[in-house]
Design a protein around this ligand. Sequence first.
Ligand code: SAM
Length: 243
Amino acid sequence: MRISKDAIPLSTRQRLRRLFHPAFLGSLRRTTPLSRAWGFDRGTPIDRYYIERFLAEQRRDIRGRVLEVKDTSYTDRFGTDVTERDVLDIDSGNPHATIVADLAAADHVPSDQFDCFILTQTLHLIYDTRAAIGHAYRLLRPGGTLLVTVPTVSRAAAKASRDYWRFTTPSCAMLFAEVFRREDISIAAYGNVLVSIAFLEGMALEELNAHELEANDEEFPLIVTVRAVKSAGGTSGRDRLWR
Ligand SMILES: C[S@@+](CC[C@H](N)C(=O)[O-])C[C@H]1O[C@@H](n2cnc3c(N)ncnc32)[C@H](O)[C@@H]1O
């Protein structure tokens, strides 16, 4: 005789599930992470796998006059036909910075200057996200491309007071469509539950295999990528919004 699953009391079903699908936490059974340095002390931080693959896929956009935050490392690695490199940073002590500005209040930086703006892992550190995206749009030349990555899952930055936000695919879609035309925006999310746990623990990229890194689960993304092009003509979402 078969027993209906509804006839089994919930707690029995839960005990059976735990019995047949045990969770072995092993060396992760601890309340402190394996690394407090994003995994740098074990190898390459896991989020860099997706950030760098995204930029490699957009090589053709990284051309002409390119702006990057903090330093020119991604412009140097992934750029093609780059004619000028600039670095934007709020930190006036950054020796690489050619433009010292708060991206959320960058009114003193002239408009329509850059063919590409590489804005990786920075927007979550800026409280006024809308203002920052507005300035990123303004700094681009018509036809220029903004390449953004933002965390969905991440530990808090050491200076926790400067780490404001985490993003999802829908929040990026809404935020960027306030400024760029919807048809000029492409958004993707990458990661899965294993990758997210490993990144929080501070495990390194080298500790996961390709199959584990490549599996995408849209309910457990680690990172969101946005490619947005400033329309060479026509009306942007920002123009529509602010007219
Ligand atoms: C975590 S790094 C990200 C950039 C780096 N290219 C990367 O991919 O890791 C964050 C950088 O953003 C800068 N930053 C933070 N808030 C900013 C703001 N409001 N305006 C401009 N730069 C800012 C920081 O000083 C730092 O150099």
